[in-house]
Design a protein around this ligand. Sequence first.
Ligand code: AMP
Length: 202
Amino acid sequence: MRVLFIGGPGAGKGTQSGRMAHFFGLTHLSSGDLLRKHVAEGTALGQRVKAFMDSGDLVPDQIVMDMLRKPVLAASRGGGYILDGFPRTAEQAHAAYLVASELGVEVQVAVHLRVDHDVLVNRLMSRGRGADDNDRTVIEHRIEVYEQQTTPLVEYYAVREELITIDGGRSVDEVSWDLVSALQARNASLADRASEPAPLPS
Ligand code: AMP
């Protein structure tokens, strides 16, 4: 199964996508984690993206797409992936679809972890990242970037009938239980579809 998660900063996307990857035996691919690793290791890519990440802005599409190409292919061959943090914009989704569908590794299920704006702010502040005014400005900016650039993705996947919406405002375990049952149901219908006989030629 090939899945992606959409959720604001603080929505629990990293935690839940990690848990679901473990449960369903899928590879967890977090664009944010991969980018942070490049920054920590001081690679050429890391040096190019650091300023964008520090300010809470998105890094250029091409960098993220190039970085993910190999891991997505490898994960697809190994049973499937959960993408966490990519795509972040409708443009990324469209560009990725064009490349991935050629290779038969396009997304099959999009999960939207829906959490209210105020809850996102409170969660990020209580993670200790809201200690000073600068942190608070970055937090507000990251949420604004999410709301402006990433929420159009919800509509993009809804139209394609690939969307599952989950209330992410509850406890971590409650959200996980809902996710497991929703993804199991979707996985079963994907398996049914795959076993249907091919249509007769007309
Ligand atoms: P995350 O851990 O998903 O919140 O990502 C942390 C930061 O990495 C973001 O604020 C962006 O600067 C960058 N980033 C992660 N994924 C993407 C993406 N798909 N497109 C552009 N920037 C990204």
